[in-house]
Design a protein. Structure first.
Length: 277
């Protein structure tokens, strides 16, 4: 999830104050250049600065609202597509058909085994859903199975949706099949699902709590004591120790000992994790 605000409040306020001060100087300078007197230029510059600040504030609010809407659609779409993985096949196909109906004028939905039949104008459409993990790829065999089902239903168009991406061979194969076959991968499915059901405030709060719980003690230890960081810890520790020997200041000794201790721990973890054939 991308942040919608500045990295810190202080940084945002300083940036806003600097831009406001620059706008005030430029506005006053402009009116002083036109009129040649500071007395009328000063209030005119203040008025123009306030107008520019209000315009910028309105633009920021609209940009923030647009980014929030995009974020809600993206998160809602991702959560909706991931929820298809554990649903029964009939329920997953029904959800996909509902999302497609927001983009296409589909009518007369008729559930079938391994898919759903619908009408698009004068054409018969077969809708199938491949429930695959996001890290996998839908193959040519998956597409062929859906097309065979579409032929049994005598459909004019076959729409194959998947909760993962399609491999390159499957995309190339779809253009050669009959009936006409269209593929809708994970990204396209997420866009349609997010437009139909953007994330709510409750879902965002639940997602935030879940991500905070994922920061476990074991994960923190694995990152700090990663064996690959042993050389870096050793270099930092020796460098700080050399600074202590040169300057005789305790401020270098304590971090040097900490870095050397981390170096020893990482080396021990590497030796325990090594094996031979």
């Amino acid at each position: 999830m991308q942040p919608l605000q500045s990295p810190t409040r202080l940084a945002g306020r300083l940036d806003r104050f600097g831009l406001l001060l620059l706008a005030f100087i430029l506005c006053c300078g402009w009116f002083y250049y036109l009129w040649g007197s500071i007395v009328p230029a000063l209030p005119a510059g203040i008025a123009l600065t306030v107008l520019l600040a209000a315009t910028a504030r309105l633009g920021e609010q609209r940009t923030l609202a647009r980014r929030e809407a995009q974020l809600r659609r993206r998160i809602g779409g991702e959560m909706a597509v991931d929820s298809l993985l554990l649903q029964p096949e009939s329920s997953a196909v029904a959800n996909v058909a509902a999302w497609l109906s927001g983009e296409l004028a589909l009518q007369e939905f008729q559930p079938r085994a391994h898919g759903m039949r619908a009408r698009l104008g004068e054409q018969s459409v077969w809708i199938a859903c491949l429930q695959r993990h996001a890290g996998s790829r839908a193959t040519c065999d998956d597409v062929l199975a859906c097309v065979r089902a579409a032929r049994r239903e005598k459909a004019d168009v076959c729409i194959v949706c998947a909760t993962c991406a399609f491999c390159a061979d499957a995309v190339a194969l779809s253009s050669e099949l009959s009936p006409k076959t269209r593929l809708l991968g994970r990204s396209g499915l997420m866009d349609m699902a997010g437009a139909a059901a953007p994330a709510t405030d409750e879902q965002l709060r639940a997602l935030g709590r879940r991500r905070r719980k994922q920061f476990r003690r074991e994960l923190w230890q694995a990152r700090v004591f990663e064996p690959r960081k042993a050389r870096r810890y050793g270099a930092y520790g020796l460098g700080l120790l050399a600074m202590y020997l040169l300057l005789r200041q305790m401020v270098y000794l304590i971090p040097a000992l900490v870095c050397l201790a981390l170096f020893v721990v990482c080396r021990c973890r590497r030796q325990r994790g090594s094996f031979t054939l």
